[in-house]
Structure formats: C-alpha cells, structure tokens
Design a protein around this ligand. Structure first.
Ligand SMILES: NC(=O)c1ccc[n+]([C@@H]2O[C@H](COP(=O)([O-])OP(=O)(O)OC[C@H]3O[C@@H](n4cnc5c(N)ncnc54)[C@H](OP(=O)(O)O)[C@@H]3O)[C@@H](O)[C@H]2O)c1
Length: 242
C-alpha cells in the first residue's frame, strides 16, 4: 500500500524562512498547509508551491486575531484530521533598536500576541489532533541570553516566553505520556524582511535556513524539549549562539 503523505501547518509560510521551510517539507513529500494572515499573499505562496508540484493549501491565520486561530483549528479538525506537525514560524521583532525602557506596555503586548499568545493558542487548539497522529510542534526561535551585540527587548522577551513554552510543555508531555513532541529550532541570523534583509559573512539565506530547519525536523530523532542551535548543539535555556 502506498505510504500516506504527512501534513504540516506552517505559520507565516508566505515569505522568508517560513516559505523556505514549506518548500523543503514539500520536497520531502509533505503536504503543506500555508498559514498566512493575508489571503492574497497566502494564496500566492501556496500557488508557488503548487507550481513546483508540492501539495499546498492556504489557511488564514492572523496570530493577533484569536477568531482566525479558532477558525483555522476547526477547519483542520474537520478537513485535515491527519495533521501531524505544527511549525510556529511567524513572528515579528518589534523595534530592535530602542532600549527596553522606551517600550510602552501596549507595544510589548502587540509583539507578545504575535510571538507567544498566538502560537500558544494555536498549539493548544491543535494538540488533540497532533496527539492522535503522534505529532510534533516545532517553534522557530532565538537564543534569549544577554549579549551586547544582540539586545532587542521585545523580540527577546517574547521569544523567551516561547522557549519556556517549549521546555515546559515538553516536560508535561513526558510526565503525562502524551504522544506528542515539542521542540525549538534557532536558525541563526538570516537575510529576511524581519531584520531589514541584513547580509554578512555569518548571515545565511532564507533558503539555507529552510534547509537547516527541515534537516533537524527530518533527522529521525526525538527532540522533545530541545532548543536546537544552528550548529545542531542543544542550548540550555539562555545560552545560544548569537
Ligand atoms: N531572520 C532571522 O535572522 C531569524 C533568526 C532566528 C530566528 N528567526 C525566526 O524565524 C521566523 C521567521 O522569520 P523571518 O526571518 O522569515 O521573518 P519574515 O520574513 O519577516 O517573515 C515573518 C512571517 O511572519 C508573518 N507574520 C507576522 N505577523 C503575523 C501575524 N500577526 N499573523 C500571522 N503571520 C504573521 C509574516 O506575514 P506577513 O507577510 O503578512 O507580514 C511573515 O510570513 C521567526 O520566528 C523569527 O523569529 C529569524
């Protein structure tokens, strides 16, 4: 009997690293649900993948709008009950230059909604489906330890919450024998819109980041609770590569 293709939902899959993860997963035989907040951009990305013979479908998800998250989860439950992977990729950096004390609580809240509350809610709602399918949650993240070279307050604060979610839920899953894994991958500096398309010797292309991430996802290992650095080393809570 032919092996059934597996399904992955990737948020923010319309551009940047998310689109490249989608492409890599598709090339490896996965059916890709392209999460995007903008219909035109989401359909365009799904269309690009389809043109490359990758099975892809657009799913509307705005991480700052809980109604779209709930609707996406309901749609997946009814039409894609075989979903076995959620990749929480979409994120915003907030202002990366100004000092933390100049943020208002409202500004921080906006970044937190996108980078933590949205991914948390999506994960929570999809967990029963993922568990039924021995599934996995993959969070795309960053190291949040102190560094004089990289100190964006909102970005780090919100990704710290995401990293806690990875490690705390992983512990829960192990303790309660849940058939689901959660781990983070930190791809390192990558040229994308998120950072004004920075370039440099140690900055990789989005395509390279997509390949790196897909490589860890598809390596056949159990990564529950890990925060995987770009070099494959498992970071402790704070200490990653910057
Ligand atoms: N670039 C790096 O150096 C780097 C390094 C380490 C980790 N990462 C992580 O990699 C991931 C992808 O980032 P990227 O560099 O590829 O950034 P990007 O090119 O700016 O892409 C971000 C994606 O997130 C989506 N998004 C933003 N707000 C959203 C919302 N409210 N609801 C749904 N989707 C939303 C964007 O959609 P729109 O097109 O609609 O804006 C876009 O698809 C992030 O988690 C980031 O923290 C990036």
């Amino acid at each position: 009997m032919a092996k059934m293709a597996k399904k992955v939902l990737i948020t923010g899959a319309n551009k940047g690293i998310g689109k490249q993860i989608a492409r890599q997963m598709g090339k490896n035989g996965w059916i890709v649900l392209v999460g995007a907040r903008n219909e035109e951009r989401g359909l365009a990305a799904a269309g690009e993948l389809l043109a490359e013979d990758i099975a892809a479908e657009y799913v509307n998800i705005d991480l700052r709008d809980p109604k779209t998250i709930a609707a996406a989860a309901r749609g997946i439950e009814s039409r894609h009950a075989d979903l076995s992977m959620l990749i929480n990729n979409a994120a915003i950096p907030g202002d990366m230059r100004k000092p933390g004390y100049e943020f208002t609580a409202d500004e921080l809240r906006g970044v937190m909604e996108t980078n933590f509350f949205g991914p948390f809610e999506l994960t929570r709602l999809l967990l029963p489906t993922l568990e039924k399918n021995n599934g996995r949650v993959v969070n795309i993240s960053i190291p949040i330890g102190v560094s004089s070279r990289f100190n964006p307050f909102a970005y780090k604060t919100t990704k710290a919450a995401l990293n806690v979610m990875t490690q705390s839920l992983a512990q829960n899953f192990t303790e309660r024998d849940k058939a689901v894994e959660i781990f983070s991958i930190m791809p390192g500096a990558t040229t994308t819109d998120l950072n004004g398309n920075i370039t440099g010797k140690s900055v990789k292309t989005a395509e390279a980041a997509g390949k790196l991430i897909a490589g860890f996802i598809l390596d056949g290992k159990n990564h529950n609770g890990e925060l995987i650095n770009e070099n494959g080393a498992v970071a402790d809570y704070n200490h990653g590569l910057f």
